[in-house]
Design a protein. Structure first.
Length: 625
């Protein structure tokens, strides 16, 4: 008996909708397991310092301006004064006579703490122990990433417990060498036989980077069949299951039975969540990040983060968007209140995921992808029976209207494919026509494929894009050569969006791509396709933005998009003293040769949160007065 699979709401995956935690949420987030994850200590915060900082280059980004000031004063965890050194010194002498001074060296640069406006905090931490088979080393693509290199990593991480399965994450065929097929380049195919060539003895499950596919070797397929009554009800034998799936389990309907079989192992690997969250936040600090906005902050994730902060020092500010999976969830939304002051793990938006990942070939497109499988246009998460594929489903319109016009919540719509973006814009237009209330900071997440007309429509509605700029730097070459062809010219239109007066942000969608606002700045400025190692090739050069525009996108405008602009994104008087000190001013890098693969590596010397130093990369001159 062959199982048929039909795409249904919620089955498309990406960084915004982790299938592992969705499948096992009742187990992982049970009261018992949440209690086990809870830290034993009591949170203690680093004491804030009273400081005047001078020298170097100080860019407080007040009002979004990149102009420098001579000095800045800090007290009680906040910025208390900025301006000329003599004025700041006089103010500190009179108001805070016990202050200390800190003098930056000539090229050292102080900026507001950098912002990651779209990440996935809890899922990243909970899957920390999974074997990393992603194409990244730090913020760079691995020099060699193919089946052989992946196999070497896997075979170095055989579980000590012979009953455990190899669980891997981040597998990305789109960043492996292309495979010539009948004179045309195709993406690398991965199936059970390919994985068997890596290891046929130990059961293996590898989650794709797009989270759209779970790859299993033959041993794992047999193990799943033998332990899953669901799979046994669909297939007459393990051999039938293997033949039908080829080890490529697509979407939640196919992945769920396999993940349920190893749920105890997954839960055990997530038990040290506090430790892994701390590691994640420290990594963020080391890259200058002081604020992270979770783009899928469901109630369970909020519980985990809130519990964490009761037992651990706050290293980054956190907020996020409440994940809305469908009409029932939209109907149950409470009344929206715009954040006016910071509270850890606050809600600023509602989040709706409308399609999948372009590099995972599930972003919803108006025309098929160039690569196999043939006639694949991706998947829309809210299909409606009887509605043509190219027509926006009325039920989707109703969902967006309920969130925006009915409940008054600002919305973040995940849309990658060009048809998904069109549907998002159309739905916003319909909802905002009925909305009566204060201006909302609605967003389209990733907003990968755009036209100039759509940019104008978004501007008129007050809807802004947040670009996963790694689509250009990391995946641009694959999009250009194999996945999209000429359509790639629509990708991440940063300069065009800014040219009409729109405010944009740049994000990593971590852990789809690595944390790193300096790297995101670099990729938006150079738009060099990093996978093409033989050439320095720019993708759509007219969409490059200036270093100043990129800096605004990862500070001032990112804070605005996240409803954090009353306390973060700049170092205005009264704002948090959340800042980073870099060894070099990113705005001093003005040529492609000085920027490419260099801006991302500007050393982060110090990161401060609320006037307290939370990261040190190097010791500096400091004097007491």
């Amino acid at each position: 008996m062959k199982k048929s699979h039909t795409h249904a709401h919620g089955c498309t995956q990406c960084g915004c909708n982790n299938p592992v935690l969705e499948v096992l949420k009742e187990d992982i987030f049970s009261p018992e397991n949440l209690a086990k994850m809870k830290g034993k200590g009591t949170a203690t915060q680093h004491p804030s310092q009273t400081l005047m900082i001078t020298g170097g280059i100080i860019r407080p980004m007040i009002g979004g301006s990149t102009d420098p000031v001579e000095a800045i004063g800090i007290a009680g965890g906040n910025i208390v004064v900025t301006g000329k050194q003599a004025d700041v010194e006089a103010f500190m002498d009179q108001t805070y006579p016990e202050y200390r001074t800190k003098e930056l060296e000539a090229t050292q640069t102080l900026l507001p703490g950098l912002i990651e406006p779209h990440v996935h905090i809890v899922p990243t931490a909970m899957m920390k122990e999974w074997v990393d088979v992603s194409p990244f080393k730090g913020q760079d693509l691995l020099k060699k990433y193919d089946l052989k290199s992946v196999g070497e990593i896997i075979n170095r991480h055989i579980p000590a417990n012979s009953e455990d399965v190899i669980l891997g994450k981040g597998l990305d065929p789109s960043l492996m060498p292309f495979v010539p097929t009948n004179g045309v380049n195709e993406l690398q195919t991965i199936d059970n036989t390919v994985l068997d060539s890596i290891n046929s003895e130990v059961s293996m499950m590898l989650l794709s980077a797009s989270m759209h596919t779970l790859y299993l070797n033959t041993s794992a397929l047999t193990y799943v069949y033998n332990n899953s009554s669901t799979v046994q009800g669909l297939y007459a034998s393990a051999e039938d299951y293997i033949t039908a799936t080829n080890g490529q389990l697509q979407e939640s309907l196919e992945m769920t039975p396999a993940l349920e079989v190893v749920k105890n192992q997954i839960i055990a690997m997530a038990s040290n969540i506090d430790t892994y969250l701390t590691e994640l936040f420290k990594l963020a600090n080391s890259r200058g990040v002081t604020f992270m906005y979770d783009a899928g902050l469901n109630s369970n994730f909020k519980k985990v983060l809130t519990s964490y902060l009761q037992s651990n020092t706050e290293l980054v500010r956190t907020g996020g968007a409440y994940m809305c999976s469908g009409q029932e969830a939209a109907n149950s939304l409470g009344t929206y209140t715009q954040p006016s002051s910071y509270e850890p793990v606050y809600y600023g938006h509602v989040k709706v995921v409308s399609d999948g990942s372009n590099q995972g070939l599930t972003g919803y497109q108006s025309k098929p992808y160039l690569c196999t499988p043939a006639n694949n246009t991706g998947i829309f998460n809210f299909p409606q029976s009887g509605i043509p594929a190219t027509t926006i489903p009325p039920s989707y319109n109703t969902l967006i209207k309920t969130v925006v016009a009915g409940k008054g919540w600002p919305l973040m719509v995940h849309a990658n494919g060009d048809l998904a973006v069109k549907f998002a814009i159309d739905a916003y237009q319909s909802a905002l026509a009925q909305y009566r209330g204060p201006e909302l900071r609605n967003r389209i997440e990733h907003c990968s494929l755009l036209t100039s007309d759509q940019i104008t429509e978004m501007l008129q509605m007050g809807v802004s894009p947040s670009f996963l700029i790694g689509h250009v730097g990391y995946w641009g070459y694959a999009f250009s050569e194999v996945i999209f062809g000429e359509k790639v010219k629509m990708l991440d239109l940063c300069a065009s969006s800014l040219a009409v007066g729109m405010r944009i942000s740049l994000h990593s969608d971590n852990e789809v791509s690595p944390l790193g606002p300096l790297r995101m700045m670099e990729q938006s400025i150079t738009r060099i396709m990093e996978e093409d190692r033989a050439n320095i090739e720019v993708l759509n050069a007219e969409e490059r933005i200036t270093p100043e525009q990129a800096l605004i996108a990862v500070t001032y405008d990112a804070a605005w998009q996240c409803y954090a602009d009353e306390w973060a994104g700049s170092l205005d008087t009264g704002y948090f003293a959340d800042f980073v000190i870099l060894e070099q001013d990113p705005l001093s890098l003005t040529t492609q040769s000085s920027q490419y693969m260099k801006m991302r590596n500007i050393p982060v010397l110090e990161t401060w949160l609320g006037g307290a130093q939370v990261y040190t990369g190097k010791l500096h001159k400091e004097k007491q007065i």
